[in-house]
Design a protein around this ligand. Structure first.
Ligand code: DAK
Length: 629
């Protein structure tokens, strides 16, 4: 937690600003909200109080926590006060370029050297907004979704000069306030609004073209996306002017397909809400569904092709930010890529070049393969490879898909001759909170056996790899998550990491090797203490009992792990492999057998070129160049 000096400054006490302030204060950050007048600040404070009181009334928040959150937020009209010693300044003022740029000009001389400055713009170019701002490497877009106090999605948009360190800090700050960030390129509508805004527009076109009436379009959208509110009701709630203006902005940037329909314009000018009455017409519903799907799939596949976001993050954004049952790519895979492509093509034939079809979509449709979506990322970094669990919204819970994706990534890294060390970690601030309880709950005994067999197969693959594997654990490593980390050669953890095998509290026992690997690592007595109580231990305690090899402050964990992996990767590969074998196989055997094994393996190293090179380099006082032979 930052010190009092390192508060979060929120500029603007409107709906977005107050929601953002509440989100940070709820996570324990000191916050300073700044607006131009006391009246605006009072309105912001009232909004926060109202939200918190509602949560207390619903029993979701303790009154003491409400008071704590409120007392963490300071209000001021002085920009200097807000900016001074801020860790992060978030601009959330009126959505107009001139207003924002004027504020940034005023802010520029006031921010400290380490302060990060972000804009919460939803529609303006981040690069333009920060043009001329000093230290542009510390600036970016951080787009919260309404209502910012509860909506967990944020888009992080780097500007042309945003540094890697700034991106990492913004990701970590976002996770620390329980948001799920997605990385998005600076482009019109960023990721989510790029398809969501035209989706609303298309609903009005369907009405205009008499494809379906309002209740039918509402029902079609709700069935397609598992929502409770269709596009017309949503426009009524959030405001038709917002829908109209966002479509106009996108239209200006992206061309005629994105312009507001004539009907949306008319409704906006009349200043009336949509009339949502009557029953859905089943005869029209399928056409409306297909058409809406076509818009989503067409735009989403284009934005991925343009490099605006990945397909996985696009889907995640739709699920979390819009509360849709599925994102566009999972929808495509459900429909079948050929059917999805046909819907996109229909719209393309009508609009021509104004609604281009992504060539990647055409490719997957021709092959009739699903759009590939993974929950595990593989990032190669010289001689090391990061295998990153990437399901942050479920704390990387290990379902069958994650296990299969993990197996694929491990095999790919293991078979790459250029990779010497594997690091097993996650894209977020949690390693993995266990096997997926939601998937396990409905399993029959036979299905559970298949699931355990899959888990054992993948963890044994990791456990028996010739190349060293290091588990890099931040946040939670529980149940199957801890079992996964135990399949690595050793665990490095952040000081805040939380490790445990809580299975007995769910009526099960560890099923991915935990009873065996944990007992072998820390001894049966300590293992039983952890397993039978199901309690968690913090990393320092885990380190003291030998479960974790070393701990680091969270912000240093990945860099330190990387350095350590690079050190191992710089050693003689055959010697590293044989040393690993000597420990792994020897530890299970009686000491004389272990020593005999060591003797054989040590003698074998004398047959390698690497041994000559290593010793020669030592005597010649130079760095060895190992060949792995
Ligand atoms: N499974 C499914 N979803 C999970 C999950 C899990 N293990 N852990 C977290 N999530 C989901 C939450 O449901 C929530 O989803 P939404 O409600 O947002 O949709 C989201 O991740 C964020 O979690 P929270 O809102 O709960 O986050 P908090 O920070 O408040 O709490 C927590 C963090 C880690 C304390 C809490 O999430 C928690 O208690 N999670 C469950 C921890 C747990 O019990 N893990 C052990 C799972 S059992 C076998 C094979 C394998 C195994 C056993 C047998 N055979 C087939 C026989 C292995 C078993 C396990 O690993």
């Amino acid at each position: 937690m930052p010190s009092q000096k390192e508060h979060i400054a929120v500029l603007g006490a409107g709906n977005m600003g107050s929601g953002i302030a509440q989100a940070f204060a709820s996570a324990g950050y000191p916050v300073v909200v700044r607006d131009l007048t006391e009246k605006e600040l009072a309105r912001g404070r009232e909004t926060i109080e109202r939200n918190l009181n509602r949560s207390v009334e619903r029993g979701r928040l303790r009154p003491e926590k409400r008071d704590q959150v409120l007392s963490a937020i300071e209000f001021t009209t002085e920009l200097k006060v807000a900016a001074k010693n801020a860790r992060l300044v978030i601009e959330a003022v009126f959505e107009e370029e001139k207003v924002k740029k004027t504020l940034f000009a005023e802010l520029a001389p006031l921010v400290g050297e380490k302060t990060l400055v972000v804009t919460n713009t939803s529609s303006l170019s981040v690069s333009h907004l920060f043009e001329g701002f000093p230290l542009p490497e510390r600036c970016a877009g951080l787009h919260f979704f309404f209502p910012a106090s509860v909506n967990r999605l944020v888009e992080i948009i780097p500007g042309p000069n945003t540094s890697k360190a700034t991106m990492e800090s913004l990701l970590s700050i976002s996770y620390s306030i329980k948001k799920i960030p997605i990385r998005v390129r600076d482009s019109p509508g960023f990721c989510i609004n790029r398809f969501f805004v035209p989706f609303l527009n298309e609903a009005t076109r369907l009405l205009e073209d008499k494809v379906a009436d309002i209740p039918t379009i509402e029902a079609a959208a709700n069935e397609l996306l598992g929502t409770k509110m269709g596009p017309f009701e949503l426009m009524n709630v959030t405001g038709i002017p917002i829908a109209y203006h966002s479509n106009s902005t996108l239209g200006k940037a992206l061309g005629k397909y994105y312009h507001p329909s004539a009907l949306l314009k008319e409704q906006f000018e009349k200043g009336e809400k949509w009339k949502i009455e009557g029953e859905a017409n089943p005869a029209q519903k399928e056409a409306a569904k297909g058409h809406l799907a076509g818009v989503l799939l067409g735009i989403a596949s284009r934005l991925v092709e343009e490099g605006v976001a990945t397909a996985e993050e696009t889907d995640r954004g739709a699920r979390i930010g819009l509360a849709w049952r599925v994102g566009p790519f999972s929808l495509l895979n459900e429909m079948g890529t050929i059917s999805g492509y046909e819907q996109v093509d229909k719209i393309h034939r009508h609009w021509g070049g104004a609604f281009p079809v992504s060539s990647r979509l055409a490719e997957v449709a021709i092959s009739n393969e699903p759009w590939p979506l993974t929950t595990v990322r593989l990032e190669k970094d010289g001689p090391i490879a990061w295998i990153l669990l990437d399901r942050p919204d479920a704390l990387n819970a290990l379902n069958s898909k994650v296990l299969l994706d993990l197996e694929r990534a491990v095999k790919e890294a293991a078979s790459d001759a250029g990779v010497h060390v594997l690091l097993l970690s996650s894209t977020s601030n949690n390693f993995a909170a266990g096997a997926d309880i939601a998937e396990m709950v409905t399993k029959t005994p036979a299905e559970s056996l298949a699931y355990t067999t899959l888990g054992h197969r993948v963890l044994s693959l990791i456990d028996t790899l010739e190349k060293p594997v290091i588990a890099v654990v931040d946040g939670y490593a529980l149940g199957g998550g801890l079992e996964l980390s135990l399949s690595a050669d050793f665990i490095l953890a952040s000081e805040e990491a939380n490790l445990g095998l809580p299975e007995v509290s769910l009526g099960i026992i560890p099923g991915f090797g935990g009873t065996q690997r944990l007992a072998r690592r820390i001894g049966d007595s300590r293992a039983k203490l952890m397993i039978l109580t199901g309690t968690h231990v913090r990393a320092p305690e885990a380190c003291a009992m030998g479960l974790v090899a070393r701990t680091y402050p969270a912000e240093k964990l990945k860099d330190e792990a990387r350095e350590l992996a690079l050190t191992i990767a710089s050693r003689a590969p055959v010697a590293v492999r044989l040393a690993k074998d000597a420990v792994d196989f020897g530890i299970e055997a009686p000491l004389p057998s272990g020593l005999a094994l060591e003797k054989q393996l040590a003698t074998y190293t004398f047959t390698t070129e690497d041994l000559r090179e290593g010793m020669k380099a030592y005597l010649e006082k130079r760095k060895p160049e190992f060949k792995g032979r």
